[in-house]
Design a protein around this ligand. Structure first.
Ligand SMILES: Nc1nc2c(c(=O)[nH]1)N[C@H]1C(S)=C(S)[C@@H](COP(=O)(O)O)O[C@H]1N2
Ligand SMILES: [Mo]
Length: 204
């Protein structure tokens, strides 16, 4: 008897999707599930800012008006949640993470970042992954402003790692000289989180 996961994977070929795009242990969905710890923050754009600090030559914050007027890039990408859903071909528009890193001029000792949001949510990742060409601060999803549930007004998008690294309602980035666990990483999730190596939990 075939499992739900096997049947779900077998359907991909019929949909014209290469089954290799589905990481091990995942199923694909057309829905866009909402997942977070705590409540959706009330965002006031007038007092909102995005702060970059730690190992940088010049600490800086950006207000909403300047963020929304910055040049954007678009990416079409698959996203993978550790709770086992994968969604193919999601369309995002936002500002490349590199744009901000260049503006604050990240110091050579920096190896990792800790990204933070409203309500104290954080996620850590290597600098290299934060600066990957597909990593961005997204404000637009499928041509529309982000829904409050999905991180309005701005979220990090790092699509090649499990989606808990893609911090919603992002407010800041701290550049560090060592890895430092974020919210889920302190609570059992993997420090790196590569979906194709199934790095879900500590020890994976
Ligand atoms: N600020 C914040 N960002 C967060 C989370 C959270 O609890 N708070 N949850 C993460 C997790 S576990 C996942 S799977 C994705 C879910 O994003 P979605 O609700 O847009 O699908 O957001 C991530 N970003
Ligand atoms: Mo998640």
């Amino acid at each position: 008897m075939s499992s739900f996961f096997e049947r779900n994977r077998a359907k991909l070929a019929d949909l014209g999707i290469d089954p290799d795009r589905l990481p091990p242990g995942q199923y694909h969905t057309e829905r866009f599930p909402v997942l977070h710890a705590g409540s959706v923050p009330a965002v006031d754009l007038d007092s909102w800012d995005l702060a970059f600090d730690g190992l940088v030559s010049e600490e800086r914050t950006w207000d909403w008006e300047s963020v929304i007027s910055m040049p954007t890039t678009e990416t079409i990408t698959d996203i993978h949640c550790v709770t086992k859903w994968t969604k193919f071909d999601t369309v995002w528009e936002g500002i490349p993470t590199r744009t901000f890193a260049e503006a604050v001029s990240v110091r050579p000792e920096a190896t990792h970042v800790l990204v933070s949001a409203y309500h104290g949510y954080t996620a850590n990742l290597p600098l290299e992954d934060f600066l990957a060409p597909t990593s961005m601060f997204a404000h637009t999803y499928q041509g529309e402003p982000l829904e409050p549930d999905h991180g309005y007004p701005l979220r990090l998008l790092v699509p090649h790692l499990y989606f808990w690294k893609s911090v919603k309602w992002v407010r800041g980035v701290t550049f560090l000289s060592e890895d430092s666990p974020g919210f889920w990483e302190r609570n059992g999730y993997h420090m790196y989180g590569d979906p194709f190596r199934e790095q879900r939990y500590w020890g994976d």
